[in-house]
Design a protein around this ligand. Structure first.
Ligand code: MG
Ligand code: ZN
Length: 224
């Protein structure tokens, strides 16, 4: 693809994302875009979140995968609302796909909307979906040099979740190294090591969600 074509594609997407952002702002819905490799635990973290915060917040998720509705069914089994988007082999979600997915969701009273992007650390970063923040999710079974290899993600993310810390004794992942590289790229980045398996660190994640949601609701109230 030629450069100008890519640019106009991204510009069109940015316009769509701006419309989505306005819609979410008006309704006070906090939107988080999950970006991580396949197997990092994006769906697992969402399942936990639905189970633990289902009584506190009204939440829904847009599940992006090339094929299958497996993840949407996992979320439904955890008591959550999910809309599956199949990209038909496409490697990222974009504003138009999110917009279409919203047709299958009742936005009324919604507090938090999660976008589980296609498992990939590259182009999902470039396609704004109108979110408040990007969640960079990696697990300790991956390399601790991910922030170095994929700087744009860690640059633009608000939080880095380091999942599967229960496995740390069995792998060569250094939390300290991952955090040091990531913070060099982004001094504002929140870093949350956790385990969806044994629940360690999940409280920090839930507090992060509460803060994001409170900030959004506050701004929506001011705008009214
Ligand atoms: Mg998934
Ligand atoms: Zn892509």
């Amino acid at each position: 693809m030629e450069k100008p074509v890519v640019r106009s594609l991204l510009e069109a997407n940015d316009a769509g994302a701006a419309e989505l952002r306005a819609l979410f702002a008006e309704r006070g819905i906090a939107v988080l875009n999950f970006i991580g490799s396949p197997g990092a635990g994006k769906t697992a973290l969402l399942e936990k979140t639905f189970r633990d915060l289902g009584g506190e917040f009204s939440m829904a998720v847009i599940e992006g995968d090339p094929q299958t509705d497996n993840d949407a069914r996992r979320i439904a089994a955890a008591g959550g609302r999910a809309v599956q988007v199949n990209t038909g082999g496409g490697c990222h979600l974009d504003a138009a796909l999110v917009r279409r997915a919203l047709g299958g969701l009742d936005l009324k009273g919604l507090d938090l909307l999660f976008i589980e992007n296609v498992g990939n650390l590259v182009c999902p970063v470039e396609f704004d979906c109108g979110e408040d923040c990007k969640v960079a999710l990696l697990s300790v079974t991956e390399g601790d040099d991910k922030p170095e290899k994929y700087p744009l993600l860690f640059n633009l993310a608000s939080v880095m979740v380091l999942n599967k810390i229960d496995l740390l004794p069995h792998v060569d992942f250094s939390l300290e190294r991952a955090e040091r590289f990531a913070r060099r790229l982004n001094g504002e980045l929140a870093v949350l090591p956790l385990s969806c398996r044994n629940g360690e660190g999940l409280d920090g994640w839930y507090d992060f969600l509460r803060r994001v949601r409170a900030k959004k609701a506050e701004r929506a109230a001011v705008g009214r």
